[in-house]
Design a protein around this ligand. Structure first.
Ligand SMILES: NC(=O)c1ccc[n+]([C@@H]2O[C@H](COP(=O)([O-])OP(=O)(O)OC[C@H]3O[C@@H](n4cnc5c(N)ncnc54)[C@H](OP(=O)(O)O)[C@@H]3O)[C@@H](O)[C@H]2O)c1
Length: 239
């Protein structure tokens, strides 16, 4: 039986993965800002779902995480899945700063806490949701693209650090393309769009196998390879 905490599990990917783990009798801690959603989800599996209202942008987020860990009597896997990003037609500071607060500052606070927590344990697993938006510059969502890149890079640094410190902490970075959740804006034609169910099949396996970097669906590996071959001067003009 696994003890997993999913930060950002009131809807979409986090919710679906929480339900899968809970259905198999694992102990699952879930967080989000929408307390009513959390309570509703807990009612579905009251014996093994633990909930904590948490805004990752607030300084109290790590206290909330610690409280949830204590309530669960420990944790094996912490999945930092919360994220914010909107298309920014105008370069709007509020939208951009919300992405920075959630995906960079809130994320950093929580991953540092998670790393230091697992440092005191025999082993641990940290899972993070980045995005293919992290691969190249995206003028439509500068802060989202930049912060999702930051997340990946930060995880790479901690993975390197854990090896040098000889800690048994494993890391998984999920790099989704487009998944049919409320996160996507109501416009059509997202390339390589996949269903939430299909995405969560891949994510569940990736967590169980403790894979390192996971593009989903797999075809994004090839797209990203091509993107990386495009010179910056051409990318700036044509994308
Ligand atoms: N769907 C896609 O196509 C796609 C593609 C690439 C990457 N992603 C990434 O996948 C992750 C999950 O997204 P999703 O598609 O499942 O969308 P979603 O249904 O909107 O889920 C986002 C989750 O993050 C939580 N969250 C957002 N801001 C938060 C905050 N300040 N504090 C605490 N929790 C917060 C939300 O909970 P509350 O609102 O209750 O706080 C919600 O549970 C995100 O990191 C997103 O960037 C999604």
């Amino acid at each position: 039986m696994k003890k997993i905490i999913i930060i950002g599990a009131t809807s979409g990917i986090g919710y679906e993965i929480a339900m899968r783990y809970a259905a198999q009798g694992n102990q699952v801690g879930i967080t989000g800002r929408r307390t009513d959603f959390l309570e509703e989800i807990q009612q579905k599996c009251p014996s093994n779902i633990y909930v904590k209202t948490m805004d990752v942008c607030k300084d109290t987020a790590t206290e909330d995480l610690q409280a949830l860990i204590t309530e669960m009597g420990g944790v094996d896997t912490i999945f930092i899945n919360s994220g914010y990003g909107k298309e920014c037609k105008e370069l709007d500071a509020d939208t951009e700063m919300q992405a920075v607060a959630t995906n960079a500052m809130g994320f950093t606070n929580l991953i540092i806490f998670s790393y230091n927590y697992f440092k005191t344990q025999p082993k641990g697993h940290i899972v993070v949701t980045s995005s293919v938006a992290s691969v190249r510059a995206l003028r439509q969502s500068p802060a989202y693209s930049a912060t999702k890149r930051y997340m990946r890079h930060y995880v790479d640094c901690l993975a390197q650090r854990a090896r040098h410190e000889k800690l048994n902490i494993r890391f998984t970075t999920l790099i989704p393309g487009f998944i049919a959740t409320d996160f996507l804006e109501a416009r059509q034609n997202y390339p390589l769009l996949i269903s939430l169910d299909k995405a969560c099949n891949i994510i569940y396996k990736a967590i169980e196998k403790k894979k390192r970097d996971v593009y989903l669906p797999f075809r994004w590996n090839f797209v990203v390879l091509l993107w990386k071959l495009i010179p910056k001067w051409f990318w700036e003009r044509c994308w």
